[in-house]
Write a protein that binds this ligand. Structure first.
Ligand code: CAP
Ligand code: MG
Length: 412
């Protein structure tokens, strides 16, 4: 039985005919052996030599280890290994992020990055609205978008949700959204909630303020498109989907459906299960690339090290930069900074993120001692101060809502 080597280090490969993945590997094996095991398992091999592996199968479809630097291994998978129409992102993930995580010989392994050839990218449409589209809808060309997540996450009635949204908009917020755990519970049916919130948004519009609210339509695969269409017919101006729990295909099916004419806000609840360990799992960068291909218009990227969720300036920045990366193929996505955000950290966050972001605060709005409207005002004032380059404490001298927020939560 012929044995084959998956090592192709130093060889020239056509990068536009391969999917190129960067992995960080922790193993007791020599790195070359580990890399070969990885390339074999994810392409034409298994744990032993097999009589059915003909030379041409190996040559055409075998993964190639093209670089090893320290604990970082680069593998190029031939484009022919992938079937986009009847396979799509689920099949892509089964290769680039499949069995490899369970291989016993690799103690830890993390997919750090992936590059797709144009032949695969052209099968994807990318965002319909993207960052610029959202800004256009909201008529807010430059300043960061400022939003809230209706809190408490669950429990409010449709009427109280709508009241929260109205108060938040009256305080100046441009965005609000359902929380990830709210869909259609008995205490807050999605139809009643969406209709009530739409009335609040219409009222705000009549008063001269533009705002959108993302309705969470995360549900089973056989229901999601209908639920999104229904939400739209009930007045939703944006829909939200959890990409990790529903899957990339759910984002794609919503974004590519011509009947759905509103932007898709992409939440990432559960991502911490595989993004948190710096040596194991999947980094946000590949997730961001896939969400963009699938057509997400806005994606949570973290708070660049300042909020309540784990994250670093560097790691979150990779995802943020990818959202905003300009290329001729796809529109840019709006990066969403959320999770434990309050006014006193806005300046630090914006310094790291830049102005092209959507900043969101749930507790940082609803926890304001003056209530939701003043909480929203405090957030907007913090963003205005950062936008104008004025220190938050100085701005607070003439903006009492910001003053109260700084007194309660401090400056970070
Ligand atoms: C924020 C949030 C978001 C997190 C998710 C929450 O609320 O609604 O789901 O931002 O994190 O429930 O925690 P607060 P990430 O503003 O009250 O913290 O964006 O990192 O995925
Ligand atoms: Mg949430």
């Amino acid at each position: 039985m012929k044995t084959y080597s998956y090592l192709h280090i130093g060889e020239k490969i056509d990068s536009d005919a391969h999917v190129i993945c960067k992995y960080r590997v922790t193993t007791d094996l020599p790195m070359e052996k580990a890399a070969e095991a990885l390339a074999a398992e994810q392409s034409t091999g298994t744990w032993t030599g097999i009589s059915t592996l003909e030379e041409d199968i190996f040559r055409n479809y075998g993964g190639k280890v093209i670089e090893i630097k320290g604990d970082v291994v680069v593998i190029a998978f031939p484009e022919e290994d992938f079937c986009i129409e009847n396979g799509g992102i689920p099949q892509i993930l089964s290769i680039i992020a499949g069995n490899l995580f369970g291989l016993d010989a690799l103690h830890k392994i993390r997919l750090e990055d992936v590059e797709f050839p144009s032949g695969i990218l052209k099968e994807y449409k990318g965002p319909k609205f993207g960052a610029d589209g959202l800004r256009k809808i909201l008529d807010r060309p430059e300043k960061p978008l400022v939003g809230t997540i209706v809190k408490p996450k669950i429990g409010l009635s449709p009427k109280d949700t709508a009241k929260y949204v109205y108060e938040a908009g009256s305080g100046g917020l441009t965005n609000s959204k359902d929380d990830e755990t709210l869909v259609d519970q008995k205490f807050c049916p999605i139809e009643d909630r969406t209709k009530a919130v739409a009335e609040s948004l219409d009222r705000l519009k009549e008063e001269g303020h533009k705002m959108v609210h993302a309705v969470n339509v995360s549900t089973n695969g056989d229901r999601i498109v209908q639920l999104a269409e229904d939400a739209q017919s009930w007045g939703a101006k944006q829909i939200m989907v959890d990409v990790i729990t529903c899957g990339f295909a759910a984002v794609q099916v919503l974004a590519e459906n011509p009947k759905i004419k509103v932007p898709v806000h992409v939440h990432r609840t559960m991502h911490g299960a595989f993004t948190k360990d710096p040596l194991h799992g999947i980094a946000m960068l590949p997730i961001t690339k896939l969400v963009k291909m699938c057509g997400g218009d806005a994606l949570h990227v973290g708070t660049l090290g300042v909020g309540k969720m784990t994250g670093t300036v560097e790691g979150d920045h990779d995802s943020l930069a990818e959202c905003l990366k300009k290329d001729t193929r796809f529109k840019t996505m709006m990066p969403v900074c959320s999770g434990g955000v309050y006014p006193g950290m806005i300046a630090t966050m914006i310094k790291a993120s830049g102005l092209n972001v959507q900043i969101q605060a749930g507790g940082g709005v609803a926890g304001h001692p003056g209530g939701v409207r003043k909480g929203a005002m405090g957030m907007c004032q913090a963003v205005d101060a950062a936008f104008e380059g004025i220190d938050a404490s100085e701005y607070a001298e003439t903006h009492p809502e910001l003053r109260t927020a700084l007194d309660k939560w401090g400056i970070k």
